[in-house]
Ligand binder design. Sequence first.
Ligand code: C5P
Length: 230
Amino acid sequence: MSQTSPIIVALDFSTEKEAINLVDQLEPQLCRLKVGKELFTRFGPTLVNKLVAKNFDVFLDLKYHDIPNTVAQACLAAADLGVWMLNVHALGGEKMMVAARDALSSDDAPLLIAVTWLTSSGQAELDALGIKATPQEMVSRLAVMTKNAGLDGVVCSAQEAPMLRKNLGDEFYLVTPGIRLSDAKSDDQCRVVTPQKAIQDGASHLVIGRPITQAEDPYKVLQEIVKSIA
Ligand code: C5P
């Protein structure tokens, strides 16, 4: 398998040592890596540089949301780190997303995707904001806005993937967290799907954290997941 693995391993660790220890058990041919706010805030560009130097594709998951100029400059800074993908909040609006996209116009620029409506927020949060829509309508509206702004895709729940795949076409990236192996014990993720189901439903990439990072043998679990969706 080449550098086209749909698996993105979420490096949710509080120490660099733990993160690197896990990464050293994985292979760039089998997965990409996601660096989120905790790891980046603690270890920053130096850690990203180390992961890129190990030939991993890095998804920098910092969910930028600010005025268009600030987000555009942050995207440029992220691109300078050599990351494969980065993201913004679609709630920042179309102008902000267009500015981000325009900042990443070079041929080797990272992919740019947007978070629509966080899976941790539901109807109550929309009601509190006075937004008259269901979470599903919100996801759909923000995903269309993301596509119109020229971005490459969205982060979404696998349960939203069939609707978004149907409405937004085959080329749009649908990056889905909330993935669990069928025999996994339950944790804080409630709306979960298996890797096979997520891919069948139209996800292009799967963000997987604990099922791999907390496994006794992370490499074996990763290999099994890759095999199961081949
Ligand atoms: O350990 P687990 O597989 O639940 O990790 C999922 C990863 O995806 C975490 O890094 C989490 O922050 C991220 N994520 C999520 N739900 C979203 C967006 C991102 O679980 N809606």
